[in-house]
Design a protein around this ligand. Structure first.
Ligand SMILES: Nc1ncnc2c1ncn2[C@@H]1O[C@H](COP(=O)(O)OP(=O)(O)OP(=O)(O)O)[C@@H](O)[C@H]1O
Ligand SMILES: [Mg+2]
Length: 257
């Protein structure tokens, strides 16, 4: 089974273009099965503010308290996942939403309880349910929540969840859909970047903020055997006639030039 994993950023779900959905149809037409993992930062922050959940910060990072986690689950599963599934279905794409905790799909452990709270790393992906759905022709849409061996639910960075799932499914391609055209370097979109360059750009401060977990996850996917991963815009067509638009991240760019 040839599969492509698409991580869709929460920041771009409301701006997905017709070209985005037609790109997915073209991929399906070319024989690929599709799975989504979605983020949801903006929806979560909006609801935490609305409900006046007190924010606790450690070293600039927001701590996910038990109270915040309840909001995270409500928003990610109840709002963001629904929004993406509904959009896909409206575009005649047969999506089914599932939670990362369903069937212990994303088995996780706490990273740092004291500083980060209920935030996890994926330890293992139990992919049986996902594979069943893919084989039936559905597009699973996975919410990045994990569950510990003791049954505690954890919030997981969607970019990291995506690379863990990509690795477990041995996908052909891993796409990070976001609100920019790709990785911008010196004001221009880079079409091809190697691992060494990515690390250098992070150090130089050319790759910052939300782009850092994304490229780190792309590199993790490549380390696990994927040929390349891509950062692409959800506002445009990203695939047509076997040509991809965006930034391609590879282990060694010199082999491609
Ligand atoms: N070199 C860079 N090139 C492009 N974008 C960059 C770069 N460095 C930092 N960024 C920022 O990274 C952002 C994308 O990451 P962000 O976490 O905001 O979105 P997302 O992961 O798609 O959505 P979400 O986190 O809601 O799931 C861009 O909007 C941009 O502001
Ligand atoms: Mg992000």
């Amino acid at each position: 089974m040839k599969t492509i994993l698409i991580k869709c950023g929460g920041s771009v779900i409301d701006q997905l273009s017709e070209g985005f959905f037609s790109s997915i149809k073209k991929l399906q037409h070319d024989g690929f099965h599709i799975i989504f993992v979605h983020g949801g930062g903006p929806d979560i922050n909006e609801m935490l503010d609305l409900l006046s959940v007190k924010a606790e910060f450690h070293n600039g990072l927001r701590k996910t308290t038990e109270e915040a986690l309840a909001v995270v689950e409500m928003v990610l599963s109840g709002k963001t996942n629904r929004k993406l599934v509904d959009l896909l279905r409206k575009n005649d794409l047969y999506a089914v939403g599932i939670n990362g905790t369903d069937d212990n799909c994303l088995q996780a452990s706490m990273i740092d309880e004291e500083n980060l709270g209920y935030v996890g790393n994926v330890e293992e992906v139990n992919n049986k349910l996902i594979i069943r759905l893919l084989e039936e022709g559905y597009i699973p849409v996975l919410t990045p929540l994990g569950i510990t061996e003791d049954g505690i639910k954890l919030n997981i960075n969607a970019d990291y969840a995506a690379s863990a799932v990509a690795k477990s499914l041995k996908v052909e391609q891993c796409l990070f859909i976001t609100d920019v055209d790709g990785i911008m370097i010196d004001g221009e979109v880079a079409s091809l970047i190697g691992k060494e360059e990515v690390l250098q750009y992070i150090e130089e401060g050319q790759i910052t903020g939300g782009m850092v977990p994304k490229v780190t996850s792309a590199l993790a996917a490549i380390d696990s055997g994927l040929n390349s991963a891509m950062i692409v815009s959800g506002k445009k067509e990203f695939y047509s006639a076997e040509i991809w638009n965006g930034t391609k991240i590879v282990a060694n760019e010199r082999l491609y030039k």
